[in-house]
Design a protein. Structure first.
Length: 322
């Protein structure tokens, strides 16, 4: 027995080492002809998607960048090579998505395979956070505003472009959040990210028949424009319109504490956005991408562990310790 246990642990360590070595080897393999591959990215005005567009452009891929505003498009254009192509896209409007889909067909239809409309990758990254507040302070329109961008818009863009990706057996990448595992605050954001997780899972399982890889990027807290500079004004606007009865029940101190906690989320955000864009680049360029990319310790350990705790214990930690 004394000899058996060390031998068992040695064999186990060797197997674990071989597993990680094999995984490393598979993940270092890169798809061929990157300079001929088109990638469509939504929400390139700022944040992860803006940096990702520039990063993929430097890597040599043909970036098709969708921005919400002309100002965002112009700023990005000044930072990119002549290979970049841009389009204005509002993911909440069906006609805008249809127009962008037709626009995508022009460059990709003649440069991958003559006569074929083909797109290698789609990165769904458009998203908003506000309005976010205790649910009782919000209206149906507040929820709809976020869901239409973060979830319904993502679904419609994906469905519109899937026929173009199927021919290349390419990649459909969606950016979620740790809020897709734990509902940390009220409003539509966490709900939308739960929906993105579910949609991505169902998409991946059904598209595997066609060789399309569905990938989910799960970052933790980062300092991006999802926390806008006017967030305090937004929160105060929400509080002003709350009914007198509800406002009396919560009280002014509750509102002030909520604002402080919400600003704390932004203050704790990491500044190195390349942690996220590097994983997204790998999802698009690796022969064997991962199914889920948990970017940091927020998503790998803390949030993951909390999401698997018994619900009463998770509620206690989220309500009293965070």
């Amino acid at each position: 027995k004394d000899r058996f246990l060390p031998s068992l642990w040695l064999h186990l360590a060797v197997l674990v080492g071989l597993y990680y070595l094999l995984r490393w080897y598979r993940e270092t393999q890169v798809v061929s002809h990157l300079r001929d591959k088109f990638v469509f990215i939504t929400g390139c005005d700022s944040g992860f998607r803006n940096l990702l567009a520039r990063q993929l452009d430097l890597r040599g891929l043909r970036v098709l960048a969708a921005c919400l505003t002309e100002q965002g498009a112009e700023q990005l254009r000044n930072q990119m090579s002549d290979r970049l192509q841009m389009v204005i896209l509002d993911v909440t409007k069906t006609e805008s998505i249809a127009a962008a889909t037709e626009w995508v067909k022009e460059p990709v239809g003649t440069e991958v395979w003559p006569g074929e409309v083909c797109l290698w990758g789609l990165v769904n990254n458009a998203g908003i956070l506000l309005p976010a507040a205790p649910n009782e302070w919000l209206t149906k329109d507040d929820f709809s505003k976020i869901l239409n961008v973060n979830l319904i818009g993502l679904i419609e863009v994906t469905l519109s472009l899937l026929p173009l990706i199927r021919r290349t057996r390419g990649r459909a990448v969606s950016v979620s959040s740790t809020a897709g595992r734990l509902s940390l605050f009220g409003g539509g954001y966490c709900i939308s990210k739960y929906g993105v997780e579910a949609f991505s899972d169902s998409l991946r399982r059904k598209l595997s028949h066609f060789g399309i890889r569905g990938v989910l990027i799960v970052p933790g807290k980062y300092k991006t424009f999802v926390f806008p500079d006017n967030r305090q004004d937004v929160l105060e606007g929400i509080w002003r319109r709350v009914s007198p009865g509800v406002k009396e029940s919560y009280g002014q101190k509750y509102f002030e504490d909520y604002c402080q906690d919400f600003h704390g989320l932004s203050a704790k955000g990491k500044e190195n956005l390349s942690l996220v864009t590097n994983c997204t680049e790998h999802a698009l360029t690796a022969v064997h991408p991962r199914i889920h990319y948990s970017i940091d310790w927020d998503s790998k350990c803390f949030t993951f562990a909390l999401s698997y705790l018994p619900t009463p214990e998770a509620d206690f930690i989220l309500c009293h310790m965070l």
